[in-house]
Design a binder for this molecule. Structure first.
Ligand code: SF4
Length: 201
């Protein structure tokens, strides 16, 4: 059986085999038409990263570039995320990136109903990847992983417990592109994430 390679920052690297269960799940997601987004997407976007990541970054939904390429967090916000990953010292294969929704919502409007339908895929991905820590990126991912946490601008930059284990929320990297204040917030919170990861992961 052909094993999918790990993908990092637009470069493709092999970091070892994914399990058969993972491959079956990825194939199921790529073929999924369970909600209306299945009819409008170009590609379902499953994951990029190693098969046994220490940390998984969780975003909201694919955008236009992700829909076109089938890979999460490409483009400018993906570049910002990749720079943050490098800054906190995570090497190839030590991290993964995925989204709550696997298919792009039209006009990038997050679809809560679709997310409910899609949720079992996220749950199964986290179960199979079993990372030591999760980093929700933005309000949607934070609400999905830790419904009891405060709003993202309050929660970002510090660790919380969640049903999935320790999480460390950040604002969405796309938000950090919008203003100098949010860019400084992003940089500060990424430094705090690096210090936290060194102590716990
Ligand atoms: S968003 Fe999720 S549930 Fe909807 S078609 Fe895509 S993979 Fe299936």
């Amino acid at each position: 059986m052909n094993r999918p390679p790990a993908v990092d920052g637009g470069r493709t690297r092999s970091t070892g085999p994914f399990s058969g269960d993972w491959e079956r799940l990825a194939a199921e997601i790529r073929a999924c038409r369970l909600c209306p987004l299945g009819a409008t997407r170009t590609h379902a976007v499953v994951y990029r990263g190693g098969p046994s990541p220490r940390v998984v970054f969780v975003g909201e939904a694919p955008g236009a570039t992700e829909d076109a390429t089938g890979r999460p967090f490409m483009g400018r916000s993906g570049a910002r995320l990749d720079a943050a990953v490098a800054a906190v010292g995570l090497a190839d294969g030590e991290f993964g990136v995925l989204n709550v929704l696997k298919c792009r919502p039209p006009e990038n409007r997050f679809d809560r109903l679709a997310a409910r339908t899609c949720r079992p895929y996220l749950r199964r991905q986290l179960e199979l990847l079993h990372p030591r820590a999760l980093v929700p990126l933005g309000a949607v991912a934070l609400r999905e992983l830790a419904p009891e946490a405060p709003p993202v601008l309050t929660a970002a930059g510090r660790p919380y417990d969640s049903p999935d284990g320790p999480i460390f929320p950040l604002i969405h990297p796309a938000a950090a592109l919008r203003s100098r204040t949010l860019r400084e917030r992003w940089d500060r919170d990424v430094r705090a994430l690096g210090a936290w990861l060194r102590s716990v992961v």
